[in-house]
Design a protein around this ligand. Structure first.
Ligand code: ZN
Ligand code: ZN
Length: 882
């Protein structure tokens, strides 16, 4: 039975028993922010068990894709080194939501294993919870399991979701793979169920969710009882295919075979190569499924897990002697092998290969240098009699060479060495401390102590253009001031302000502060000098301003309006990018001013012209929809739950502002926004470029700026069309024709110039010799091209009346020889034959008609010799000169 057939027969079996077959949930859990990856079949049903959701079916079965990488320092090193640990794996499961119970769950499990899959009944064992007489009773009643095949366990047979919540006893099915499968022989070990050796392996866990545990730890009966089962797909397939290792099932063998082909290594030949092949096969699967869901390599969260897997695989490729990126090729086999069951990896194959290849290429730059640094440090530690690598070395490898800690540990494991983890953590903490200190220094630039720590500014809102408030502090540079006079550059701090302080890539407002006493301060920029203190930075243009003055604060409303439009458009652009390019797109920066907007985002390749048009069309359609833009304050957690996009690297307080634009965009944002999307008017993309590996940049204009840009371009176009005296439709073809004519004329001019030059330098006819009443001329005429040379030959032939002309010229690296015979002599001399004899002298060949022939050669330096030979050939050697 193939792996695909195992999966299908499981689903068919439960479909026939009234189960709805549901698709696998994504690896990235949609409803559980506490979980990095879906790690079990029940994840998508958690809310059903908790009673918070219902489903239209009471019985379900599926094959769930799972990813397990535990903890910060995890057991990733183990993957590939044994027969059963995987990062990515599939979990087969069947569920009852308040429908059937223990009896059916046990009976069907037994029927599938022994009736359909024909596993020998004698080799199967069941375990039940210590007090679960009911489950044991059903095992004896509805199956013919061997009488001594049931045993009871305490903690192994009780399942809990967490400290509180749904829980219950479970019943596991184990299979005896025979005494030879035991890997602990000869020790004090006893071979038995839950004996922790390779002989008895658990293949299926049936969980009976029947209790709720409250905060005091007490169990109460649930109103509805559920069944939740899980069977590791790779393991059951290994059992059914009769192979001792998960890596020997057909699916893995095909993927490993692809790595064998690329590396020239053979699986089973060398245990060390086997580990590398297994690591590559495992990680290729995980990477394929992760990238298919839009995860891209990064330095945090899921992206970092992906990066670690890619880099570990790259290093094992190196161990196999693979010098070039290879994993993206293995991905092809993963897709071929698993695409039937999971079509999403077929649909995204080219993206997956691009992302994997890019990351492989990026790591290749530092892998070798990191490896040689590590080798040197291992030597040094050895020489000092230590088996521990200093923590700061591991940190340097991670910080400078991109070696994740577990990769370093993985490499050291092969050397019998470990990393000083405490030292690593200390080095990392030290770097964080340095970063924090630098940040504090930056924050203190216009030190709050200058203006007094009690000062704070309240922003009155982004729909207000003018406001009145009191000057609470003045500062010039690092000094506090009581008064600032005409011509002074000054920071004015007021109790309240309508001025937006530069933040999140949106520029600060400009405008005027006008005091009751008639002082006028032109505000050139607005920024925060402390989290709650806004400085209006500008110049006193008239009068004097003092602390305590009442001022009217007027923003430059037109400029603010332009900025508002551009900023609001970034929300729509972000949504359109995710819509067209995929959920991996995340804003990585933006800069918005009155004239234009710039939007940087994560994406691994240039955005094509068609995609750009589609993105522009999306945004403009949303603009025309003129949807309402709303702003709402809520807690960060509520905002994320409501689906708001938040950006890594941005700092958010407890309370955040959620900006919604129709139903197409929801983002956390503190910027200034339009009231309706229609206010944006028009968005025009002006350019797309790359700013860093994996980061693209779009530039655009909106509103009046976009209209002005269109008008400018129309003006240029209109002017050109008028100049060309063409209609819009044929302007292009007319211009092309003009340019073509121009090229032809330039060429002709060059030829004529060559001719003039040749004629002016010397009179070539002076070289003519006369033999037997005919004229023979063999000479060099440099500076002409082929066509010029032919014309000159024609002209010379006319001039000599009766004779032979041989011309030679050097055209760059090429020699050209040409012979012409006047019509009356073609009976005696054959131009083709003359050339045939001369051409070899310049390293070429050629021939032609009796009256005209030409040849090229690759030795222009031998032209003079060839021309001298021409005189000899024609009986006009030096002795016979006229
Ligand atoms: Zn054993
Ligand atoms: Zn915004």
């Amino acid at each position: 039975m193939t792996g695909d057939q195992v999966r299908q027969s499981f689903l068919d079996f439960f479909r026939e028993r009234g189960h709805t077959i549901v698709p696998s949930a994504p690896l990235v859990p949609g409803n559980d922010p506490s979980l990095l990856f879906t790690n079990a079949g029940m994840v998508q049903f958690k809310q059903v068990f908790l009673g918070a959701e219902t489903r239209p079916y009471a019985r379900a079965a599926d094959s769930q894709k799972c990813l397990r990488i535990s903890g910060k320092h995890n057991d990733l090193e183990q993957v590939g080194r044994d027969t059963s640990h995987h990062t990515f794996f599939e979990m087969l499961g069947n569920w009852s939501f308040g429908d059937y119970g223990k009896r059916d769950a046990i009976a069907w499990a037994w029927e599938l294993l022994t009736g359909v899959w024909k596993l020998p009944k004698d080799s199967l064992y069941a375990t039940v919870y210590t007090t679960d007489d009911e489950a044991e009773g059903y095992w004896r009643e509805v199956t013919d399991i061997r009488p001594d095949g049931i045993s009871r366990f305490e903690e192994e047979n009780f399942w809990e979701m967490g400290d509180t919540g749904p829980c219950g006893p479970c019943s596991e099915i184990h299979i005896d793979r025979g005494p030879e499968a035991c890997d602990k022989q000869g020790t004090a070990h006893r071979c038995e169920v839950n004996g922790d050796c390779g002989r008895f392996v658990e293949i299926w866990n049936l969980v009976f969710i029947q209790y709720n545990r409250d905060a005091r730890g007490a169990l109460t009966d649930l109103p509805a009882k559920h069944v939740d089962t899980g069977m590791g797909f790779e393991r059951i397939t290994a059992v059914l295919q009769g192979v001792p290792s998960n890596y020997q099932i057909d699916i893995f063998r095909r993927i490993i075979a692809s790595a064998e082909r690329l590396s020239g290594k053979r699986f089973g030949a060398d245990p060390r190569d086997d580990v590398s092949l297994q690591v590559i096969a495992d990680h290729a699967r995980a990477v394929t499924f992760m990238v298919a869901e839009g995860i891209v390599p990064s330095n945090e969260g899921r992206g970092y897990v992906l990066r670690r897997l890619l880099r570990r695989a790259a290093r094992h490729g190196k161990l196999l002697g693979l010098g070039k990126p290879f994993l993206f090729e293995v991905v092809r086999e993963v897709v071929a092998t698993m695409g039937n069951a999971y079509p999403e990896i077929v649909a995204t194959e080219s993206t997956i290969r691009d992302v994997v290849r890019t990351e492989e290429e990026r790591f290749a730059v530092t892998l070798d240098r990191g490896l040689s640094l590590l080798a040197a440090e291992v030597e040094r530690a050895r020489a000092a009699g230590s088996t521990t690598l200093p923590g700061e070395v591991a940190f340097r490898l991670s910080d400078t060479y991109g070696f994740p800690l577990d990769l370093t540990e993985d490499i050291l494991a092969g050397e019998g060495m470990v990393v000083d983890r405490a030292g690593f953590d200390a080095a990392m903490e030290e770097q964080r401390e340095r970063a924090r200190a630098a940040q504090r220094f930056a924050d203190a630039a216009a030190a709050p102590e200058v203006i007094g720590s009690s000062v704070a500014t309240r922003f009155v809102g982004d729909r207000i253009a003018e406001w009145e408030s009191e000057v609470v502090a003045l500062a010039a540079g690092k000094e506090s001031r009581a008064v600032a006079r005409e011509g002074d550059e000054v920071d004015v701090i007021t109790a309240e302000t309508p001025f937006y302080a530069e933040s999140g890539g949106q520029v600060g407002d400009r405008g005027w502060l006008v005091s009751d006493a008639g002082a006028r301060v032109e505000v050139l920029d607005t920024f925060k000098i402390a989290p709650a203190v806004v400085a209006h930075h500008g110049v006193v243009r008239q009068g004097a301003i003092s602390v305590g003055d009442r001022v009217r604060l007027r923003i430059d409303a037109a400029r603010r309006e332009a900025v508002r439009l551009n900023h609001s458009a970034t929300h729509l652009l972000h949504a359109a990018l995710r819509n067209r390019l995929g959920g991996h797109v995340k804003q990585s920066g933006s800069l918005v001013d009155a004239a234009h907007l710039r939007f940087d985002f994560s994406h691994h390749k240039p955005v094509g012209a068609d995609e750009l048009h589609a993105i522009e069309d999306d945004v403009n359609a949303w603009v025309r929809a003129n949807a309402e833009v709303t702003s709402e304050e809520m807690s960060y957690d509520d905002a994320i739950r409501a689906g708001a996009l938040a950006f890594f690297g941005d700092k958010y307080g407890d309370r955040v502002r959620v900006i919604r634009m129709g139903d197409f965009s929801t983002e956390l944002c503190g910027g200034t926004h339009v009231a309706r999307t229609g206010d944006i008017g028009l968005l025009q993309l002006r350019g797309e470029s790359g700013v860093a590996a994996g980061v693209r940049r779009l530039e655009a204009t909106t509103g009046e700026g976009a209209i002005a840009a269109v008008r400018r371009e129309q003006g240029i176009l209109g002017g050109l069309v008028e100049l060309l005296k063409a209609g819009e439709g044929d302007a292009r073809s007319k211009l092309e024709k003009l340019l073509g004519d121009l090229r032809d004329k330039e060429k002709r001019i060059a030829e004529l110039q060559g001719k003039l030059a040749g004629g002016a330098t010397r009179d070539v006819l002076a070289d003519a010799r006369h033999v037997d009443g005919i004229t023979v001329l063999a000479t060099r005429v440099d500076g002409l091209d082929d066509r010029g040379l032919r014309e000159m030959a024609d002209r010379l032939r006319d001039r000599i009346g009766s004779g032979v002309v041989v011309l030679g010229t050097a055209l760059g690296e090429r020699a050209v020889l040409l012979a012409a015979v006047t019509k009356d002599l073609t009976g005696r001399y054959h131009a083709g034959n003359i050339i045939k004899q001369l051409a070899p002298l310049v390293g070429g060949g050629g021939g032609g008609r009796p009256d005209f022939a030409q040849a090229g050669g690759k030795h222009p330096d031998r032209l003079d010799a060839a021309l001298a030979a021409a005189y000899e050939l024609l009986g006009a050697g030096s002795g016979q000169a006229s």
